[in-house]
Ligand binder design. Sequence first.
Ligand code: XMP
Length: 537
Amino acid sequence: MVTAHPVLLDPTPAPETPSQRQMLVILDFGSQYSELIARRIRELQVYSEVLSYRTTIEELRRLNPRGIILSGGPNSVYDPGAPHCDPGLWTLGVPVLGVCYGMQLMAQQLAGTVESGTAGEYGRASLYIDDTSDLLSGVNQGATMWMSHADSVCVVPKGFVTLAHTSNTACAAMADHQRKLYGVQFHPEVMHSEGGMALLFNFVRNICQCQPTWTAESFIEESIADIRKQVGSKRVLLALSGGVDSSTLAFLLHRAIGDNLTCMFIDQGFMRKEEPERLVKLFSEQFHIPVEYIQATDRFLEQIAGVSDPEVKRKRIGHEFIQVFEEESNRLGPFDYLAQGTLYPDIIESSGENIDPKTGERVAVRIKSHHNVGGLPKNLRFKLVEPLRRLFKDEVRKVGRVLGLPLEIVNRHPFPGPGLAIRILGAVDREKLDIVREADMVVRQEINASGLYNSIWQAFAVLLPVRSVGVMGDQRTYSYPVVLRLVTSEDGMTADWARVPYDLLERIATRIVNEVKGVNRVVYDITSKPPGTIEWE
Ligand code: XMP
């Protein structure tokens, strides 16, 4: 699948804000959980950022974090080229918590002993607590903790004591209470670790003494001040898609700069049934945020007429989007700023902070997220305003809710930029668009009625460009099949097919065949991602 990445045009760094100053830093050693640690800390209402393990001590001093967490990682501390942090960390005077690899690194660098590959532990383990004074206060004896390690700390460094053990690991947690250095062999951040949040609370709120200032309300207040400071009385253009990110962005910017914001909605003709009208009406009439509605269906259809290669189709749509965007921004402009819904994971991912376990080199292991507004040409001389760049998706939803966005937008399923055009396999025409739009409407109505909307990541119909034989009444039919794609997922990177009741599938199938002209068969896609993708093109 093609992924469009935004060309960053003259990015202006977002100003620092008060609650970001009281922050925790997570140094990433290549763990798949680094981002999760950051999210957990933010759930405790303390701002946190994931940075490379290579971050220098000078940079850390400049950031002035209240505490530092060292993530896990795929390496052994003895691997040649294994990632190390700046040893200045141990005398910085800031509390440090090492998690798994982070604990082993702490032990090794402070002259303790780490034993390699002897009695590893994978999966659940019961934690027996030997010292309840601070980090493990409130965690139950025998609490289940999630382990995943081959190496263990066998001799703690001078000044440290053992805080807890498991049946396989003599030192499952350690501390130097004096210097406020802590290490845990398990992963408190994962859902399966009982008392993991209590441990993180102890570290963040008690040991690091952070105040719970990172809230949607404080974010909104600070962002509005930042936006005003950044853009002044200049005009800002926003391409609205109707998804939660661009809608939240529109609300926030409108609060900050009122009429200096122009929202543009380009209708490519690939939206779901009734959505363009609904969106424009909702924003203009209910929220009093005017939207420039650009009807461009003919242009887009012309561009992809007869195109069946998915990559070509996506590229042509992306290219046409830029054309229309450029023409319309010239017509409505001039604008000084372009608002973009960049989120924090986009920034972490684009810094490629992952380590190859064999070479110790950093590699990007995750597919980049998709962007609705991507690849804007360099000659558009906009400066960027990206107020959501520090937020995770769930934080955007919280901010949206507090700003007054209706739940139908806040909880909306993701919808791809090229829309229904990539849900019609092969060449797209008006007839097929009508079919897939009607089928999609049935899916949406039934999923909504079932009460399952919020437990499903996405639910939609895909139209296949083949025909099969059926019988309706006494007539033989020869029509298209529709594929139902209902998936569960955490973040769209991996997904599983949704185990919904058969009755629901039956209702959807029956209604589609009865109500959507041109379809005589419905099939259910039971492929996970990987190896499949969520979309079919
Ligand atoms: P795949 O099909 O790659 O999709 O498993 C992962 C998630 O991304 C969405 N998607 C897109 N979103 N522009 C977008 O804004 C796109 O071009 C695009 N392609 C896929 C997809 O719906 C799923 O949520």
